[in-house]
Design a protein around this ligand. Structure first.
Ligand code: ATP
Ligand code: LTN
Length: 342
């Protein structure tokens, strides 16, 4: 169902707008899939969807140029392979639309130093990259706010780790709207409960992350069947044996959550299914289920990744469409700020 609340004078399309993105900073994990991309595919008919490969965000951490380029293609191909139709969604690469950098500068002047210093992702990444705590890492959430606000976004589907950044984007929008006049749509988060935080298989108290240096900590969307099954078998769990969700059982809770996401079953149904069976049997079943659940995506991906010309076309047409929308917001913002227009 489409909930139409935008007034025509706001020049907004009839359908609500969705924006989200993933960084091409590593091999995409089932965390990225369950927390973000899988949810995007169910929204594509009801909303105007804009999905971006946020390469400018990725360079806040050092990247090998050839790897960044390759992963940018891979991420786009994965979007399509996961079921995002490039005809009905705008799929593009962030650095192809310079308006993101332009608005980011403007919004940075409406964001407080203290606000950025409180961001937990900044604190985490500063700890992990102590030799490269660059200004981009600090202002990362301003660029993310620009991504979202450029397109007058209503809804932002992300994993729960992005909630704080989203709150900041809302605060910046409200601040600007109050200082001048209504300019930006104030976005809402869309954080479905299942899949909102998939944990590391090596340390289930930590988020599964594509830039984790331990290959056993995460399952890649493109990992082979055997690799997926073996990583699941080796997932760290407690010393118990009963497949039951509970406090202090982070490892098993995480595997139950992953199993539920792929099967659509509830926790209770899963516990019942594995009653009297040990962790070993359960881990094997999770491995099989994840491998099966990703097999058609992997097949589709392998067809797409060989067709660079097709991916280039998608990038080009996506960037053109995105730039046309972004231009309207930039014009409006610059007029309000007081820049001279030529
Ligand atoms: P990096 O390790 O480079 O920081 P990441 O794996 O955390 O990357 P992002 O590119 O930052 O991934 O995030 C892309 C999307 O995937 C976001 O919406 C984020 O909330 C979601 N996401 C990332 N990791 C998880 C996870 N473990 N569980 C659920 N959602 C996740
Ligand atoms: N910061 C996000 C990636 C991201 C994003 C966005 C997500 C950059 N710009 C705009 C949603 C909307 C992350 O997942 N780490």
């Amino acid at each position: 169902m489409i909930t139409e609340t935008n007034s025509p004078e706001n020049n907004k399309p009839a359908k609500k707008t969705i924006f989200s993105g993933v960084q091409p900073s590593g091999n995409l994990t089932i965390g990225n899939y369950l927390g973000a991309i899988k949810n995007w595919t169910v929204l594509q008919d009801e909303y105007n969807c804009i999905y971006c490969v946020v390469d400018m965000h990725a360079i806040t951490v050092r990247q090998v140029p050839a790897d960044l380029r390759r992963r940018t293609y891979e991420t786009l191909a994965l979007y399509i392979a996961a079921g995002l139709d490039p005809k009905s969604n705008i799929l593009f690469v962030q650095s192809h639309v310079p308006a993101h950098a332009v608005l980011s500068w403007d919004l940075g002047c409406f964001t407080m130093y203290g606000e950025l210093g409180r961001m937990t992702q900044f604190k985490d990444k500063s700890r992990k990259n102590a030799d490269n705590i660059n200004a981009g890492l600090f202002t990362y959430p301003v660029l993310m706010a620009a991504d979202i606000l450029l397109y007058q976004t209503d809804l932002v589907p992300v994993g729960i780790d992005q909630r704080q950044h989203l709150e900041l984007a809302r605060d910046i929008a409200i601040r600007f709207n109050n200082l001048y006049s209504p300019t930006f749509t104030v976005p809402e988060g869309y954080i479905p409960e299942t899949g909102m935080k998939i944990m590391s298989l090596a340390d289930p108290t930590k988020k599964m992350s594509k830039s984790d240096s331990n290959p056993n900590a995460s399952v890649g969307i493109l990992d082979s069947r055997d690799v997926i099954i073996s990583k699941m078998r080796r997932a760290v769990t407690d010393s118990g044996s009963e497949v039951r969700y509970g406090e202090g059982k982070d490892g098993i809770n995480n595997l139950i959550n992953i199993y539920c996401c792929f099967t659509g079953k509830t926790r209770e149904e899963t516990e019942k299914e594995f009653e009297g069976k040990g962790y070993g049997e359960f881990k094997a079943a999770v491995g099989e289920t994840v491998a099966d659940g990703l097999s058609s995506l992997r097949e589709e991906y392998s067809k797409l990744i060989g067709d660079k010309q097709y991916l280039d076309e998608i990038m080009r047409s996506g960037a053109e469409k995105a730039a046309a929308i972004a231009r309207k917001t930039i014009t409006k913002v610059h007029r309000k700020i007081g820049y001279v227009s030529l």
